[in-house]
Ligand binder design. Structure first.
Ligand code: ATP
Ligand code: MG
Length: 567
């Protein structure tokens, strides 16, 4: 996409989409006597990404809103690229988003026999023929949008010969690529898709559902519209690139239909995100080439990646609502997605203390061996989330950069001679520090505390400007924390015409911190549990986490660039 394209997020959204308006009108006019019936048709050749979520929310959402149904249909017409692993993952992801297809789990491969019979019918009507040329040669004869194509030398083949060849193609008598079946439509049509498109090819690989039953497989375009028709779909909602395929789908249905009914196809714009690639092929390349750690790497825009990163279904749905559905291809700002997850996690996550880069503070006048449990509010946005007790003692960890030996002006954190509050506990004053003379690194900080300043007590008259998070050294639990930045350093890595998207991979997209310290209440945290580490951001427990080595993914830092832009 070019840089001058308007950012989709910048435009105001109508309150109901044009698609919904069409559906409402159709229902008013009777909708052929049918309730709304939509479908989501993934090809099981990869994991779902957030773009698919936009299609899922629309098709399932419209069915829900209008008391209709939405089918899940796997468009499994290419056995070479499709796998059961993908089928299972797709189902998990749709359920995770909160949608259900009930008993309506369908496969285009369920219709292979009907599609084959339909192809035979087309041949008998002299509307399809077997072409002995390769797909590559055929494509050189296609012409251009302004120049008509060239007819195949096999176009005038007799019906009987075509039938014989097509059956033999399916018996395995010919090699892959040696013959194809083409619809006989119009080699001069201004719509390139109508120039005798290939509708069947020979593939000898085994299919994940039908095994080696078939030797010929329908092209996606030959299966898709008819599958909608077989299932009684009333509204077939798909992305804009299919608009030019619609006359072809209509042509097939015209040959097939026996009543007035036909699915209505409505196209909408794809979801594209800045700093992201969204095509399944490119995502598969990233996985295969180990540029990321699998489909569910938290930097991936896949639904399983976003889940692992700490995104909630609600935040994704909210984002999709905000960007809306239009007819204009555009690129959506990833900072809006980050904004919706912050808003959601702000409400739902407990606040906890975690120190990413620990520096030990020793409070010299605090009795050795003494432990106080200080009470902290779990979430100021939600009283019902209650309070918790956090142990405090003589030695605590604070964030390394919360101390400076020579602080700049307006540094309200800890420095020699200054005072700060340890959140929920006491005010401490820095009396000295230990520095490694060789490396210059600060190794320990020495403080005193004022026992009269405990939070929640009655003697809070003393005010300080800085409040720090901390973790008791004795009680802290070790953790590994993975910080993420954008996977690509370019806003539109796929849009750069001559360049390979890999060139824009951000080498700093993953930073792993070990030796982090978190408060003991997190010890039993389970994978996918979410927290706000105070002052640092939102974090989610990773699948790699164990009781002795907790692992957290940072979902997003606290700073919200989107909220700032839109103030
Ligand atoms: P990709 O381009 O990522 O390979 P695809 O379109 O080939 O995706 P399908 O499995 O065929 O993947 O997609 C299933 C449905 O999801 C289609 O109806 C398609 O229109 C829709 N879809 C795919 N990508 C997006 C996107 N970025 N935004 C909105 N809808 C999408
Ligand atoms: Mg597709």
């Amino acid at each position: 996409m070019s840089d001058d394209n308007m950012r989709e997020n910048d435009k105001p959204k109508p309150s109901i989409s044009f698609i919904e308006q069409f559906i409402a009108e159709d229902l008013k006019e009777g909708n052929n006597g049918r309730p709304v019936h939509t479908r989501f048709p993934p090809e099981p050749n990869g994991y779902l990404h957030i773009g698919h979520a936009k299609a899922i929310c629309l098709s399932f959402g419209m069915a829900q809103k209008y008391g209709g149904k939405c089918n899940l249909r796997f468009d499994d017409t290419n056995p070479v690229k499709e796998e059961v692993e993908y089928v299972d993952a797709i189902k998990d992801d749709i359920h995770w988003l909160g949608f259900d297809w009930e008993e309506r789990e369908y496969y285009a491969s369920d219709y292979f026999a009907r599609l084959f019979d339909f192809a035979v019918e087309l041949i008998k009507k002299n509307l399809a023929y077997v072409d002995d040329q390769t797909a590559a040669v055929i494509s050189t004869q296609k012409g251009t949008p302004s120049q008509p194509g060239q007819e195949s030398p096999f176009r005038k083949r007799e019906v009987d010969e075509n039938l014989d060849l097509f059956y033999r193609m399916n018996k395995g008598e010919f090699d892959e690529g040696s013959h194809v079946l083409r619809a006989k439509i119009d080699m001069t049509s201004p719509n390139m898709h109508l120039r005798d498109p290939i509708i069947y090819r020979i593939i000898t690989s085994s299919h994940h559902r039908t095994g080696s039953k078939w030797m010929v497989y329908p092209m996606y375009d030959f299966a898709h519209g008819q599958s909608d028709y077989f299932e009684g779909i009333t509204h077939s909602l798909c992305t804009l690139e299919f608009e030019v395929h619609r006359p072809l789908y209509d042509w097939f249905i015209d040959q097939l239909k026996t009543s007035d009914y036909r699915p209505r196809q409505i196209e909408f714009n794809r979801l594209n995100l800045t700093y992201t690639v969204m095509s399944k092929r490119k995502l598969l390349d990233l996985v295969r080439e180990e540029k990321v750690n699998g489909w569910d790497d938290p930097r991936m825009p896949t639904l399983c990646g976003l889940r692992r990163r700490g995104y909630t279904p609600e935040s994704i749905k909210r984002f999709i609502d905000l960007i809306g559905y239009t007819k204009v291809e555009a690129i959506n700002d990833i900072s809006l997605l980050e904004h919706t997850i912050r808003e959601d996690l702000n409400i739902r996550t407990p606040r906890v203390f975690g120190v990413l880069n620990p520096l030990k503070v020793i409070i010299k006048n605090y009795p050795e061996g003494k432990v106080e449990n200080v009470e902290l509010i779990n979430n100021p946005e939600d009283e019902t989330m209650g309070k918790r007790l956090v142990p405090f003692c003589r030695e605590v960890y604070i964030e390394h950069d919360d101390f400076m030996e020579v602080p700049p002006h307006k540094f309200f954190r800890l420095a020699p001679g200054t005072e700060v509050r340890l959140k929920g506990a006491y005010i401490i004053k820095c009396e000295g520090f230990k520095k490694n003379e060789k490396t210059g690194e600060i190794e320990e900080v020495y403080c005193t505390y004022d026992p009269e300043t405990r939070s929640g007590g009655n003697t809070l008259d003393k005010k300080v400007k800085g409040t720090l998070h901390w973790v008791s050294a004795k009680h802290a639990v070790d953790a590994e924390v993975r910080l993420y930045d954008r996977l690509f350093s370019h806003e539109d890595p796929s849009g750069q015409k001559c360049a390979d998207f890999r060139e824009f991979l951000n080498p700093e997209s993953l930073k792993t911190l070990t030796g982090c310290k978190v408060e003991p209440s997190l010890k039993s945290a389970m994978p996918l549990e979410k927290f706000q580490f105070q002052r640092l951001g939102y974090f989610c427990v990773d699948y790699d986490s164990t009781e002795t080595n907790l692992v957290f993914n940072r979902t997003v830092p606290l700073k919200d660039t989107w909220a700032k832009i839109n103030k």
